[in-house]
Ligand binder design. Structure first.
Ligand code: FES
Length: 344
């Protein structure tokens, strides 16, 4: 019967031929970390085969891809992808510190492979940042900085929320918002619409800042759609939903490209393809993105047509307007009569 000997646990278990190492570990109660749920999308289940590599199955193609990407030595294997048959394998688990153990205990409800701690999804990611805010903030009192930022975040948050997105991360005067976490069908359109509305909101807010601080805020917005892993991040009592992946970094780079191009709202090719029937585009520019080779087309969006208003909503608004007019007229009449009586 094949066996696996675990280090540093110093435990030997007997397994069936062709058992997958991760499944055998979990059956035997060995705390074997497996963050992606056993789908060769992380590398937390990796083990070092100390002896008996010849009894391990060849790499599956997802393991092969991951091994190439991470440049893993042949002796480093993914436990969720490796079967053992015909002999004894001695291996060393590699993700084994006390925090791993803690998260393993949180993660494990039974003795089978637990679901991944994140989910792969195609979503739209929006990054926004205030131009030159650090220099402006240096001329202000700290309370004023908080006041301005809160006013700004509040207005931007409205634009994000009414278009189905959520701000999930603040970074100084910048933030990241995600669209399509529940349903990604319209994620790109929602994000671009939110971006346009953010600029409109800022236009309304700026006269106020100008009066109070003699300063107008300018922002840069970058939007990209792509596959990310969405999961909870942070210490167990203060976790927030966030997205990780190349698509997130790319969206952040697009936001930064606004400075280079002198624009306020840039979207990627992938996003453009989803909204090209709707978005009003001023120009397409080719930009070099730091950390990537070649040039990428980015589109400057300057408008989106308003959403069609539902007939019921229109009639409600109209009814509301008639009633509102009547109340306004009544109040005006009351004011005239009140002033007249005071003058007598
Ligand atoms: S559990 Fe993620 S690769 Fe094995």
């Amino acid at each position: 019967m094949p066996q696996i000997h675990y280090l540093p646990d110093d435990r030997t278990i007997e397994i069936d031929d062709d058992d997958i190492i991760l499944e055998a570990s979990l059956r035997a109660g060995i705390p074997h970390t497996h963050i992606c749920g056993g789908s060769a999308r992380c590398s937390t289940c990796r083990v070092l085969i100390v002896e008996g590599l010849e009894f391990c199955s060849p790499r599956t193609s997802p393991e092969e891809d991951l091994a190439k990407k991470l440049r893993l030595e042949p002796e480093i294997r993914l436990a969720c992808q490796t079967q053992v048959a015909g002999g004894k394998v001695i291996l060393r688990r590699l993700a084994i510190d006390s925090e791993d153990l803690e998260s393993f205990n949180d993660q494990m409800a039974g003795k089978s492979i637990s679901p991944p701690v994140g989910q792969e999804k195609k979503i739209a990611i929006l990054f926004a940042d205030i131009r030159g805010f650090t220099a402006f903030a240096e001329s202000l009192l700290p309370y004023d900085v908080i006041y301005i930022l809160n006013r700004y975040f509040q207005k931007m948050g409205y634009a994000i929320n009414r278009n189905g997105g959520m701000i999930n991360n603040y970074m100084g005067d910048g933030f990241m918002a995600l669209f399509g976490l529940e349903n990604s069908d319209k994620a790109a359109e929602q994000a671009v619409r939110a971006g346009v509305e953010m600029l409109e909101e800022l236009e309304k807010l700026n006269p106020y800042f100008e009066t109070l601080y003699r300063h107008r805020l300018r922002i840069g917005i970058g939007i990209h759609c792509g596959w990310v892993v969405v999961g909870n991040l942070g210490a167990s009592k203060s976790q927030t939903v966030t997205a990780i992946g190349d698509a997130v970094n790319f969206a952040s780079r697009i936001e930064a490209a606004n400075k280079q191009v002198g624009t306020s709202l840039l979207i990627s090719e992938e996003t453009y393809q989803e909204v090209k029937e709707l978005a009003i585009v001023n120009q397409c520019v080719s930009v070099q993105i730091p950390g990537k080779s070649g040039e990428y087309p980015l589109y400057e969006v300057v408008g989106m047509p308003p959403l069609p208003v539902e007939i019921e909503a229109v009639s409600e608004v109209r009814e509301g307007s008639i009633w509102q007019n009547f109340v306004n007229k009544l109040l005006a009449l009351y004011a005239v009569v009140y002033n007249w009586i005071r003058e007598i």
